[in-house]
Design a binder for this molecule. Structure first.
Ligand code: HBI
Ligand code: FE
Length: 274
């Protein structure tokens, strides 16, 4: 795939400078439009920990300065933001996460891409991912995920581990009272999928089970057919921290993936309040 970012000035770890002064007024205005739209949705559908992170970061109606946000994040959980040109090779991505550095893309989408984008941009990466990294438990989970990633290639587990990122970090739901809230960045940065993930009757919502998640194929170009629901971020952290993934990889890495829309006998469906 031809990537859209400018990788020519990237360091060996794929970091770049965020040249904040190079953003145009039109780009800041587009950021403000995206921010206004998603903030309203996230107030209604987002997990409380996401709202707390948004509050703490004090995101403004112009593209954020990563340095300033990094200071806030560092005080909250010891994480920092690293500016990157866009998607980076997995081994570098994992190495950053394992060291509590979150890669955030510097470029912003075009106006025609308000609703849909193939590669992550600064809005997805910053608005979608950074707030929850202010939560200590989720922040520890992502670090543990990065550490697992550094071992996964040798264990033949990259594909299964990527599914955990997809279904939890990008498209995760969490129980909240007798209802559900969204915490995944792919949901929170999408105008359509935020309400869909919580309100629609169409997708399956299944209680989180690590092996089930790691065996399930996903769609990258449509709303998800299945969301996995965690009880708490502690549950997610413990699943990554207490589990040796190697036996899971050995058991399932050569098996066909479970279809994105499958419902299996062992699944525990999570119902929404009427
Ligand atoms: N690079 N910048 C960036 N952002 C990602 O989310 C990302 C990446 N490289 C690899 C990657 N994600 C995937 O392999 C995940 O499954 C880990
Ligand atoms: Fe993402």
């Amino acid at each position: 795939m031809k990537l859209r970012g400018d990788y020519s000035a990237a360091a060996a770890d794929y970091s770049v400078d965020q040249v904040w002064d190079a953003y145009t007024p039109a780009q800041h205005a587009l950021w403000a439009q995206l921010l206004d739209r998603q903030s309203a949705l996230v107030r209604r559908y987002g997990a409380p920990q996401v709202l707390a992170g948004l509050d703490k970061l004090g995101i403004e109606r112009r593209i954020p300065r990563f340095d300033a946000a990094s200071e806030v994040l560092a005080r909250a959980t010891g994480w920092r933001i690293v500016a990157v040109p866009g998607l980076i090779p997995e081994e570098h991505f994992f190495a950053h996460l394992a060291r509590r550095r979150f890669p955030v893309t510097v470029w912003l989408r075009e106006p025609a891409e308000m609703d849909y984008l193939v590669e992550p941009d600064v809005f997805h990466d910053f608005f979608g991912h950074v707030p929850l990294l202010c939560d200590p438990v989720f922040a520890d989970f992502v670090q543990a995920y990065g550490a697992a990633g550094e071992k996964a290639a040798a264990e033949g587990g990259l594909k299964m581990l990527a599914r955990l990122y997809w279904y939890c970090v990008e498209f995760g739901l969490i129980r909240h009272g007798d209802g559900l809230r969204a915490y995944g960045a792919g949901i929170l940065s999408s105008a359509g999928e935020t309400a869909y993930s919580i309100d629609s009757d169409r997708p399956h919502r299944i209680a989180f089970d690590l092996a089930r998640v790691m065996r399930t194929d996903y769609l990258i170009d449509d709303y998800q057919k299945t969301y996995f629901v965690i009880d708490s971020f502690e549950q997610l952290f413990r699943s990554a921290y207490d589990t040796d993934f190697a036996p899971l990889y050995r058991a399932f890495r050569d098996a066909p993936g479970i279809a994105p829309d499958a419902l299996l006998p062992g699944d525990v469906p999570v119902s929404r309040p009427a």
